[in-house]
Design a protein around this ligand. Structure first.
Ligand code: GDP
Ligand code: IMO
Ligand code: MG
Length: 426
């Protein structure tokens, strides 16, 4: 039995897509369990770049089945566009299936996301405006539409009618915005249902059987620890659980079947959107990291905020996810710096913290406590063995491992699927 979960340990964009693609080579299944097309996962194959938002990043590697699991929210328009794009590039797409329990993002969710953000002034979250929060809100409020409803257009019409009526009241009476049309949405979604229905399935028995039969199932996290609805920098978070715990509710498997928790950790930190970021660099160095690391959102194109590695966040991610392995990514971006810094604690209002406080207001006042390590100058992007790495780069990795108390198994040194240094087998 092998259920491997790959999760982000910071604020997203750690390189999860790349790592899933690498591991997918030997996987029988790759399963998304939360989030939606707020994700942007980049896979680079022979110099060609693919950005996947809803499709699992295992689509391009190996022969495994790819499943969009029950805990995901699906915008069918985006899904079909992604499938069409991959197919046009000659990739195989018939191995993609959708859980019948996954919730469907409707045009009124996207509109609601936009209106909430536009009307929140300085309190806006900086969402991706893909309708993620409003869709999850309807799910929790028990008024959502699920993939299974696309299999019977009478049921779909009834749910759409009720859902849209409620949303149109809010659009017109609260926001003074235009209502959306039932007929337009119904026709559009009927077309999506026709194209998607053969992919809609009950994924739960199949995934559980695969695990019981000793197959390798790879669960692909989107977003990350600090965007988690329960444990992230609330309210500046996403609306799902991107942690290993999210697999049990989002894919329908028992925690006993999860054998590895693999945390992807960028060698520095980035964040897109609003919210506290203790180690943020707003100076030239931050700009340099953005340029060298090409830190622009894979979904919205927004410049990512950049800063030093925060190991308070890292330890929080190790603990909450029960990580068994860490994959460090983008350490090549730090090459060339005289010194590199690691945050090991926060000073807030005269008190030292070694864990992440719940209050966003308190966290916003945190002053990072840094350890400074010597940098390295060498280009490491073509290195294949740990021993080849510059001594100071190894010291950085060792310090991370020692602080986090979790083995570092792979060091990624470039975006391509071949640019990895394997320290231990995952
Ligand atoms: P994800 O959302 O976690 O899948 O990450 P993104 O794809 O949004 O962002 C990661 C970016 O870094 C992408 O452009 C990747 O191609 C790139 N990347 C991944 N690993 C490495 C690495 O080790 N070094 C460098 N230089 N780039 C990397
Ligand atoms: P991947 O999977 C980085 C951020 C948004 C915003 C907050 C809430 O590529 O790592 P949402 O649209 O989810 O309601 O926005 O979460 N966010 C991400 N940031 N990477 C992501 O995904 C993200 N998905 C959402 O920028 O701050
Ligand atoms: Mg991303």
């Amino acid at each position: 039995m092998a259920g491997y979960v790959v999760v982000g340990t910071q604020w997203g964009d750690e390189g999860k897509g790349k790592i899933i693609d690498v591991l997918a080579n030997k996987a029988d299944y790759v399963v998304r369990f939360q989030g939606g097309n707020n994700a942007g996962h980049t896979v680079v194959v022979n110099g060609e770049k693919f950005v996947l938002h809803l499709l699992p990043s295992g689509m391009l590697h190996g022969n495994g089945k790819c499943i969009i699991g029950p805990g995901v929210v699906i915008d069918p328009k985006v899904l079909l566009q992604e499938l069409d794009t991959l197919e046009a590039k000659g990739a195989k797409v018939d191995h993609l299936f959708i859980s019948d329990r996954a919730h469907i993002i409707m045009p009124y969710h996207v509109r609601m996301d936009e209106l909430c953000e536009e009307n929140s002034g300085e309190h806006k979250i900086g969402t991706t405006k893909r309708g993620i929060g409003p869709c999850y809100a309807d799910k929790i409020n028990r008024v959502g539409i699920r993939a299974v409803d696309l299999l019977d257009m009478n049921i779909f019409a009834d749910k759409l009618k009720r859902g849209l009526e409620a949303k149109n009241l809010i659009f017109t009476k609260i926001y003074g915005a235009e209502p959306l049309s039932f007929d337009t949405i119904f026709e559009e979604y009927k077309g999506y249902a026709d194209r998607l229905k053969h992919r809609i399935m009950d994924s739960i028995p199949e995934i559980n059987k695969a695990l019981d039969d000793g197959k390798l199932v790879l669960f692909e996290g989107a977003q990350a620890m600090m965007l988690d609805i329960n444990y992230g920098t609330y309210p500046y978070v996403t609306s799902s659980s991107p942690t290993t715990g999210g697999v049990t509710t989002g894919a329908g498997v028992s925690p006993r079947k999860i054998t590895k928790g693999i945390g992807v950790m960028k060698a520095y930190t980035t964040r897109v959107g609003e919210g506290p970021f203790v180690t943020e660099l707003t100076d030239e160095l931050g700009e340099q990291l953005r340029k060298t690391g090409f830190e622009y959102g894979a979904t919205t194109g927004r410049p990512r905020r950049c800063g030093w590695l925060d190991l308070v966040v890292g330890k929080y991610a190790v603990d909450i996810n029960g990580l068994t392995d860490i994959v460090i990514t983008k350490i090549d971006v730090l090459s060339g710096l005289d010194t590199v810094k690691i945050c090991v604690a926060y000073d807030i209002d005269g008190k030292r913290y070694t864990s992440v406080p719940a209050s966003t207001e308190i966290l916003s006042r945190a002053i990072p406590v840094y350890e400074e390590l010597p940098g390295w100058k060498e280009d490491i992007t073509q290195m294949k063995n740990y021993d080849e790495l510059p001594e100071n780069c190894k010291k950085y990795i060792k310090r991370m491992e020692e602080f986090l108390g979790c083995p570092i198994s792979v060091v990624s040194v470039g975006p391509d699927r071949t640019q990895n240094i394997h320290i231990r087998e995952i």
